[in-house]
Design a binder for this molecule. Structure first.
Ligand SMILES: Cc1cc2nc3c(=O)[nH]c(=O)nc-3n(C[C@H](O)[C@H](O)[C@H](O)COP(=O)(O)OP(=O)(O)OC[C@H]3O[C@@H](n4cnc5c(N)ncnc54)[C@H](O)[C@@H]3O)c2cc1C
Length: 297
């Protein structure tokens, strides 16, 4: 299968790319790793007249640390995140979750910005970003704006990005002492998109009680679902497996997944409960390790 004819531009700077976007408007599409866009073009589900390839803009490929955040450039390839010692140390959920994306071949081309803007409901990165309270930076000719993850993902394959904007960076909070991260998913085959995935982060206070917790799900709605009502019930407690199981049972009544050719709605509900419980238990045990001064990964 071949795509429809298109014009190809390869700008050297973000400004040049933004000028091209402004000039070509709805006829243009940004090309990042091409792992989602090119197949859709080959199947003629998308036929942009203009492709603006960000591949030569070196400034967009970076992993930087500030005191509180990891800032990753929009064109950073997924395999670079997978190999980064800083990401492994400062954001174990991202280090673990990125390995669940497709296969090494996909991750060698696929980018963080491409995955976030594509916004597949079972993609790992959107769920991780929502669970950890991250944000994206979007640039246009008018300047930059920062959009929190929970406002960025709207529904199936749809985000708050405007047609004249480029995702230039993503910011994710660094893990703190006394915290643990975990991500769990079920896919039919290794490397496939998940049917359902759950990500959890837990922070303990010095007495071993839960000071903060968050839980996010993918595959149960068009956008990641954050389950604050479940994690709020754990605050101030020193939970055991039974309490976590009881809290997670509520998820069955909270989520409203749809059935598709891969799984029934009821099966997705079951997975939501089981994977959430596993993710919370693992995050909790890693937080306990961190509190005791051991490694929390
Ligand atoms: C076989 C296979 C298996 C896969 N498995 C998984 C999986 O398990 N989990 C998963 O999460 N993903 C999976 N993917 C998708 C993969 O992660 C893609 O890399 C990702 O969805 C898109 O990233 P990309 O860099 O290739 O973007 P592209 O395909 O180039 O672009 C995707 C979309 O985002 C837009 N875009 C890209 N970058 C920007 C930017 N910086 N600013 C504005 N718009 C932008 C493009 O215009 C396009 O609309 C799989 C893909 C394949 C082919």
């Amino acid at each position: 299968m071949k795509p429809a004819v298109f014009d190809y531009y390869s700008p050297q700077t973000v400004h040049e790319a933004l000028l091209l976007l402004e000039q070509h408007g709805f006829e243009a599409k940004i090309l990042a790793g091409g792992q989602s866009l090119i197949p859709t073009m080959n199947m003629r589900l998308a036929s942009p007249k203009v492709l603006i390839d960000l591949g030569r803009i070196g400034d967009l490929e970076s992993i930087r640390l500030t005191e509180e955040e990891i800032r990753i450039g929009g064109m950073t390839r997924q395999y670079l995140i997978e190999q980064s010692p800083e990401v492994a140390r400062d954001c174990p959920m991202l280090a673990e979750g990125i390995k669940l994306i497709g296969h090494p071949q996909i991750r060698s081309r696929g980018t963080v910005g491409g995955s976030l803007v594509h916004a597949d409901p079972t993609a790992e990165l959107p769920v991780i970003l929502c669970t950890l309270g991250g944000a994206v930076t979007l640039a246009s000719l008018d300047g930059e704006r920062v959009v929190p993850a929970e406002e960025f993902f709207l529904t199936y394959l749809t985000t708050a990005i405007e047609p004249n904007e480029i995702l230039v960076a993503v910011q994710i909070p660094r893990i703190q002492a006394g915290s643990g991260h975990a991500i769990e998913e079920f896919a039919l085959r290794k490397g496939d998109f998940a049917i359902v995935l759950a990500a959890a982060a837990v922070t303990l206070d010095e007495a071993g009680k839960i000071a903060a917790a968050s839980l996010g799900l993918g595959g149960v709605d068009g956008a990641p679902v954050k389950l604050d009502q479940v994690t709020d019930a754990l605050l101030g407690l020193e939970p055991d497996s039974r309490l976590i199981q009881e809290c997670c049972e509520q998820i069955r009544d909270i989520v409203e997944p749809e059935a598709d050719i891969h799984a029934s709605a009821e099966y997705r509900r079951d997975l939501s409960v089981t994977l959430s419980r596993r993710a919370l238990e693992t995050a909790l045990s890693r937080a306990r390790l961190s509190l005791s001064g051991s490694d929390n990964r």
